[in-house]
Design a protein around this ligand. Structure first.
Ligand SMILES: [Zn+2]
Length: 292
């Protein structure tokens, strides 16, 4: 389904065409949101500010509006995305805010990858995707299934790799705009399987099929990846990179340490800078620095 002037799609279209990747950073609070925007502005980089449903549920419309105002008034293009909306209540909350109050994410991941099969995945996702498109909101879907879990998300077991031939039909039938494929990636730590063992040929196949058009490819499960693998993913056609613990953990550590001896505003500022420094690193590594 087509969408004109969608901020997420505009950012990803330019990244895919330019051969660089976009930091899509999970933010759990206002300090993290400020830190991402700070990093994007000083690196002259586009970015995506991501929320988990659990954060949206806590802050509802006012917090989403805060993130939208912060992101959309930045000096560089920043979109606001809802990651892993799996439960009907989260989908209703996020789409309802758009429909009833005009508070709209730029994009939402309508995640029905927990469905028993592909037909059920499509059947669950399509009605939500249609409502998103009617509001000008782009959508991301997952085909195959990623194992693991992150703070604030469902724990998933029984991973399945994405079949690229299927993916073409799936994307046509869902009408979604961003694809999160399963290529050996998982949420959380790779240390239990002896490090990431990616099947980049799945991504390269998808890249050939979708190059220069919707859907754009998104990498989930980026914890602990070595620098070279990020570059390999960009080369294999990934334009959206979901990043969470890399920046979140230094933020939390800095805040908790600093609060022992500093007043809150000083401790918060240190934490924001610790978070922003991690974003600096990935904007450089993914090549988005200087592209805004
Ligand atoms: Zn994910």
């Amino acid at each position: 389904m087509t969408l004109s002037n969608n901020r997420t799609l505009d950012i990803l279209q330019k990244a895919e065409a330019g051969g660089y990747g976009i930091v899509a950073q999970t933010c759990y609070d206002a300090g993290m949101a400020k830190a991402l925007v700070r990093a994007a502005e000083r690196n002259k980089s586009p970015a995506i500010l991501q929320l988990f449903p659990i954060t949206l549920q806590a802050g509802k419309g006012p917090f989403l509006q805060y993130c939208l105002t912060l992101a959309h008034n930045a000096s560089v293009p920043i979109a606001v995305h809802l990651d892993h909306a799996t439960d009907p209540e989260h989908l209703e909350l996020s789409i309802g805010l758009a429909e009833k109050e005009g508070i709209k994410f730029d994009s939402i991941m309508v995640d029905a990858s927990h469905a028993d099969n592909e037909a059920e995945n499509i059947a669950i996702a399509v009605p939500y995707i249609k409502r998103c498109v009617a509001q000008g909101i782009a959508t991301e879907v997952e085909l195959g299934r990623l194992e693991g879990g992150e703070a604030g998300l469902r724990e998933i077991t029984g991973g399945m790799l994405t079949d690229p031939a299927n993916a073409e039909t799936f994307m046509k039938e869902t009408g979604a705009h961003i694809l999160a494929p399963s290529y050996g990636n998982l949420h959380g730590s790779y240390k239990f399987i002896g490090g990431p063992k990616y099947k980049l040929e799945i991504l390269k196949d998808l890249q050939q099929r979708f190059k220069g058009r919707i859907p754009y490819l998104c990498a989930h499960g980026t914890d602990e990846l070595p620098d070279q693998l990020w570059r390999d993913l960009v080369e294999s056609g990934v334009s959206k990179f979901n990043i969470n613990s890399w920046a979140r953990d230094p933020y939390c550590e800095s805040l908790s340490k600093s609060l022992a001896s500093n007043p809150f505003p000083d401790a918060e500022e240190e934490a924001i800078e610790a978070f922003a420094k991690v974003c600096d690193k990935f904007m450089d590594l993914l090549g988005s620095k200087g592209k805004a």
